[in-house]
Design a protein around this ligand. Structure first.
Ligand code: TRP
Length: 334
């Protein structure tokens, strides 16, 4: 059987939160034991909608690597690399640009939604770079012959676009590229502290993996609860309470059922309930905070992980580039 290669990535635009943990990181930690895994810090992609904020992207590259290491991504198993340090990805992007129409990019549902959200940045006309980021993402994936892309639902149109590019490339130049498959992570999307369907940095409703104990407690105390419940003795409805929702994630199943029952009977005060939850989240994240502290105290070790990962990724991308150039008859003077 062919050795399967996995590629995933994140835009370095902010630290990772518990939504990322349940949504993708936990899965990656598992997959790194089973597959050849590449994890890209997509700084070039981050710049497509943060071109005016290079400091933000720069700073978050490191934050994200620390987040990866803290949750147990093992650099001996998974290859962590920085996108901009692999010029082959940019080169492939140029070649693939010929294989995609502007109309097709404009129809891409993910791109469409994002453009609508970014009116303030782009005004009336979106940049060439942003419109084309699916092409660059296709280069990310194919540079490593990745065949499995574990992603969330929002990324499916990007993987579909990649598959089209691969088919077109292979039909014109010969079978060089591997057509990837998206694998939807079974894990659930985590709601925000405010009850919003999505936990997100821009929404200000997230608990970050790197939050301190004080920050976690403060955030949990502000979580949205049943608005009809004023006094402890009021009968509560845990179904509309974010504290109960998080108890379900961080407190054992039996404990969670007890929480709900006591809430419904008016036997559990919200403040005590929140304190208990905050403590459970603090304990859950403790090993991650400790691991993060270990690496924060050893910046050279982190440098080494990124440099070695990027070197390994680059040598793989170079090999792909050679095959691509040969297929495209660009292998002059070899
Ligand atoms: N677009 C992805 C995101 O916003 C990040 C990403 C970049 C990615 N390159 C990728 C994901 C390649 C999977 C495969 O989260």
């Amino acid at each position: 059987m062919e050795n399967k290669i996995i590629l995933t990535g994140d835009r370095p635009t902010g630290r990772l939160h518990i939504g990322h943990f349940f949504g993708s990181l936990a899965n990656r930690v598992k997959l790194q034991d089973e597959y050849e895994t590449y994890i890209e810090i997509a700084d070039v992609q981050a710049l497509t909608d943060n071109f005016n904020n290079p400091d933000k992207v720069r700073k978050n590259v490191r934050e994200i690597v620390l987040d990866y290491l803290s949750v147990g991504i093992d650099p001996n198993k998974a290859t962590i690399f920085i996108q901009s340090m692999i010029p082959e990805i940019a080169e492939l992007t140029v070649f693939y640009s010929n294989l995609v129409t502007i109309a097709r990019l404009e129809r891409n549902p993910t791109v469409k939604t994002e453009i609508a959200q970014k009116k303030e940045l782009f005004g009336e006309s979106v940049t060439y770079g942003f419109l084309g980021y699916p092409v660059s993402q296709a280069a990310d994936i194919t540079a490593f012959h990745a065949s499995i892309i574990p992603v969330g639902e929002d990324q499916l149109p990007l993987i579909e676009q990649c598959r089209e590019i691969v088919r077109k490339f292979n039909s014109i130049y010969g079978e060089v590229l591997v057509e990837p498959e998206a694998v939807l992570s079974k894990s659930k999307r985590i709601k925000g502290l405010d009850g919003n369907e999505k936990m997100g940095k821009s929404l200000g409703n997230a608990i970050y993996l790197s939050d301190s104990e004080e920050e976690i407690t403060k955030k949990v105390m502000s979580a949205v609860t049943d608005p009809n419940r004023i006094k402890k003795t009021d009968l509560g409805n845990p179904d509309i309470c974010m504290v109960a929702y998080y108890h379900n994630l961080f407190t054992g199943k039996e404990e969670y059922e007890k929480v709900c029952e006591e809430c419904r009977k008016g036997e559990r005060g919200c403040v005590a309930c929140k304190k208990e939850l905050a403590n459970n989240i603090i304990e859950f994240l403790r090993p991650m905070r400790e691991k993060r502290a270990y690496y924060e105290a050893r910046p050279e070790e982190v440098d080494k992980i990124i440099i070695q990962g990027t070197e390994k990724a680059r040598s793989k991308a170079k090999q792909t580039m050679e095959d691509v150039k040969k297929a495209m008859k660009l292998d002059y003077f070899n």
